[in-house]
Design a protein around this ligand. Structure first.
Ligand SMILES: [Zn+2]
Length: 278
């Protein structure tokens, strides 16, 4: 219940009320936990513009709560031309950069950081170490610049199994495991629920041995209806990827699958010990 701080009948009573109110406000100001007032930064690192759809409601939620949310997109998206008449190449890359900006804006995130590596080719980067080192270094430079407190990326499965997704996951994990300067330890893997995979590919369904078991997704992050709606609007920005008639079905499938919370997997456990089997 709120304390009444209006003026009273006598000067002494009024003075006493002022002192009580001052004391109350002092207590309130010192009991706000520091972590609620400190600015925080979240980096979501993905391979393509539209990958952020896998985490969109929680990106919207944290942005709404004042967290500085950054989207880092490693490729230029120039090869994602299945659903558009725009020819693959620079013109499509330009359109997808615009879509990424629209999506980040819908989520309340910072303007996206687009690293511009060639779409569809990251999987073959392992063949050529110098290319691999270059993309690792670029990613690290950006993370050092924005200094996130937590990271989100695809799991080792790449969510959909896409080689570009898998490489981005491996590089982010590598930077965390090596303690790269500016890179936090708090890394979480996102994945796509089976229901969403089925909705996205009704003919194929979900590929086998790809979706993590629910028991590994131990961090469940709730979101509001408004966050879900922001996620839907961000998905709608990706016009070259999702035809308008597919959006409603996808958004509904995502709503059902998440059921009010996006579950993610912590990249590192806190367990210790001296035996692999105990
Ligand atoms: Zn992708």
């Amino acid at each position: 219940m709120a304390t009444r701080c209006s003026s009273g009948a006598t000067t002494i009573t009024a003075l006493r009320r002022v002192l009580v109110c001052l004391a109350a406000s002092t207590v309130l100001s010192v009991t706000v936990p520091a972590e609620q007032t400190a600015p925080r930064t979240l980096a979501a690192v993905f391979a393509h513009p539209d990958d952020e759809g896998a985490a969109s409601p929680i990106l919207a939620r944290y942005a709404r709560e004042g967290v500085k949310v950054h989207l880092l997109i490693v490729t230029d998206g120039a090869a994602g031309g299945q659903q558009t008449t725009i020819p693959r190449g620079p013109e499509l890359a330009k359109a997808r950069a615009e879509e990424a900006r629209c999506s980040a804006d819908a989520l309340g995130a910072q303007p996206p950081i687009l690293l511009g590596f060639p779409d569809g080719q990251l999987g073959s980067y392992a063949d050529e170490p110098t290319r691999l080192f270059r993309v690792t270094q670029r990613l690290h430079e950006e993370l050092q610049r924005i200094r996130p407190d937590a990271l989100l990326t695809w799991g080792p499965d790449g969510g959909t199994g896409h080689p570009d997704h898998r490489l981005v996951s491996a590089l982010v994990t590598q930077l965390v495991r090596t303690g790269a300067p500016g890179v936090p330890e708090r890394l979480f893997y996102v994945s796509l629920p089976a229901e969403l995979m089925r909705a996205a590919n009704p003919g194929r369904g979900e590929p086998p041995l790809l979706i993590p078991q629910a028991r590994h997704l131990t961090v469940r992050i709730p979101f509001t209806a408004a966050d879900l709606e922001a996620g839907r609007r961000s998905l709608a920005c990706h016009k070259t990827q999702f035809p308008a008639n597919a959006l409603t079905g996808l958004a509904e499938a995502a709503k059902q699958a998440w059921n009010g919370a996006v579950a993610v997997m912590p990249a590192s456990g806190s367990g210790a010990g001296s035996d692999l089997f105990r």
